[in-house]
Design a protein around this ligand. Structure first.
Ligand code: AMP
Length: 197
């Protein structure tokens, strides 16, 4: 089963993707995590992405498409994957379709997590506060101004993907305002419905 989790920053995509990946034996593919690892390792991609990420913008399509194409080609992805944070633009979505169809694969479902804007910003602030309280260093892009830029990038570039996948008959929308466990249960119901004959 190959899935996409869609939703604005702070909607809970990472948390839910991790839960489903564990429960269903899927590989979680988060371009945000991959880019943060590249920044930390100081690779050429990391150097190019670093300032863009810190400003809350989107890393150029050709970079993230290349990262995902290489990762999906790895043997462990044969058992199925869940994309979290990719695609984020229509160009990325159509590149993904081409990539998968060239390998005889497809996306089985796209699940959108809907959360209201004020709640998103509050969640991101809370995540930063909790990380600091636990003695850690919060994500550079969790600063309030940057979080707003990320939200704006979502509406400008990523929100049209709900229409793209609705038109393909793949979109499922869930109430991402519900508690984490409830969202997980709703997600599970959607996925179990897909597996039915
Ligand atoms: P995330 O962890 O998914 O919130 O991603 C953190 C940051 O990484 C984003 O704000 C972007 O700067 C960058 N990023 C992650 N995935 C993508 C993508 N698919 N396209 C462009 N930029 C991305």
């Amino acid at each position: 089963m190959n899935l996409i989790l869609l939703g604005p920053p702070g909607a809970g995509k990472g948390t839910q993707a991790e839960g489903i990946a564990k429960k269903r034996g899927l590989i979680q593919l988060s371009t945000g995590d991959m880019l943060r690892a590249a920044v930390k390792a100081g690779t050429p991609i990391g150097q190019e992405a670093s300032a863009i990420m810190e400003a809350g913008g989107l890393v150029p399509d050709h970079i993230v498409i290349k990262i995902i194409a290489e990762r999906i080609a790895q043997p462990d992805c044969v058992k199925g994957f869940i994309l979290d944070g990719f695609p984020r633009t229509l160009k990325q979505a159509s590149a993904l379709d081409e990539l998968l169809s060239s390998q005889g694969k497809k996306i089985d479902a796209v699940v959108e997590l809907r959360v209201n804007d004020a709640e998103l910003l509050a969640r991101i602030e809370k995540r930063a506060r909790e990380t600091i309280a636990a003695g850690g260093v919060p994500r550079a892009d969790d600063k309030p101004e940057t979080a707003k830029n990320r939200l704006w990038a979502y509406y400008r570039e990523t929100a049209p993907l709900t229409g793209y996948y609705f038109a393909k008959g793949k979109l499922h929308s869930l109430d991402g305002m519900a508690p984490i466990g409830e969202v997980g249960a709703q997600l599970d119901t959607v996925l179990s419905g897909l597996a039915a004959p």
